[in-house]
Design a protein around this ligand. Sequence first.
Ligand code: ADP
Ligand code: ADP
Length: 226
Amino acid sequence: RVLVSMRNVSKLFSNGTLALKDMTLNVQRGEFLSLLGPSGCGKSTALRIIAGLGEPSTGSIDWPSSQLDSRGKPKGDIGFVFQEPTLMPWATVFSNVYLPLRLSGVSKSDARPRIMDVLASVGLADFHKAYPRELSGGMKMRVSIARALVTKPKLLLMDEPFAALDEITRQKLNDDVLRLWRDSGITVIFVTHSVFESAFLSNRIVVMRARPGQVYSDLPIKTSLT
Ligand code: ADP
Ligand code: ADP
C-alpha cells in the first residue's frame, strides 16, 4: 500500500544549513497526509525531494516496484501546487492548464475535453478564456490546482498553497481540495503550519520539529470528514 518512501533522508545545503536530518516517511496510497511544523523546519525541502526537485544529501526516495514503469521511473505524474500560483500572465486560463499536456506532446484538440473537465471540477469552466490578471487570488489558485491535476497524477504535493489567501477563500478551497481528493482517490501531501488546516483536511498528520528537520510525531487521525 506504500506509494513512496523517504528513507533516512538528510539534506545539507551548500551554505551549511542542515534542513533535514534522517527523515523517514512511508506515504500510503490514497492518504491525505499533512506535513505540519513551524516555518523553516524543512517541510518544503522534504516535499521538493519527494517530487524529485532536489537531491537528498544522504538517504533515498524509494518507489515500490509496482509503482515504477518499464524504464524504472515512477508511473504517472506528480502534481505540484506552490504558494504562488505561478501562472503565465500572457496566456489564458485554458492555455495555462494546457501547459503540462502540451509539454508531453498532447494536441490541443485531444486535450480540450480533459482541460474543460478539470476546470469544471474547480468551478472555473466559464473562465477558460480569461487571463490571470482578471482573476482573484482564490481563482488563480484554482487554476493552479487544475493545472496540477490535468495530467491525472497519482500524487499531489501542495506547499502551503493557501497561506496568502483570506480566511473565507481559504476555507472554500480546503472544502474543494477535500472533495477532489475524495472523488479521485489521489494521494495528497499537504504542507502547512496551521494545526487547524491539518486537522480539518487530513487523515494523517506528520509533525516535524525545527532544527534540524525531523519527524516529531506521526498521528493517524479519524475525522467525520475522512
Ligand atoms: P544545493 O546545495 O542543493 O546546490 P544551493 O545552496 O546551491 O542548493 O541553493 C539552491 C538555490 O536555493 C539557489 O538558487 C539559492 O539562491 C536558493 N537559496 C539559498 N538559500 C536559500 C534559503 N535560505 N531559502 C530558500 N532558498 C534559498
Ligand atoms: P519550511 O518549508 O518548513 O518552512 P524549508 O524546507 O523551506 O522549511 O527550509 C528548511 C531550512 O533550510 C531553513 O533553514 C531554510 O532557510 C533552509 N533552506 C531551504 N532551502 C535552502 C537552500 N536552497 N539553500 C540553503 N538553505 C535552504
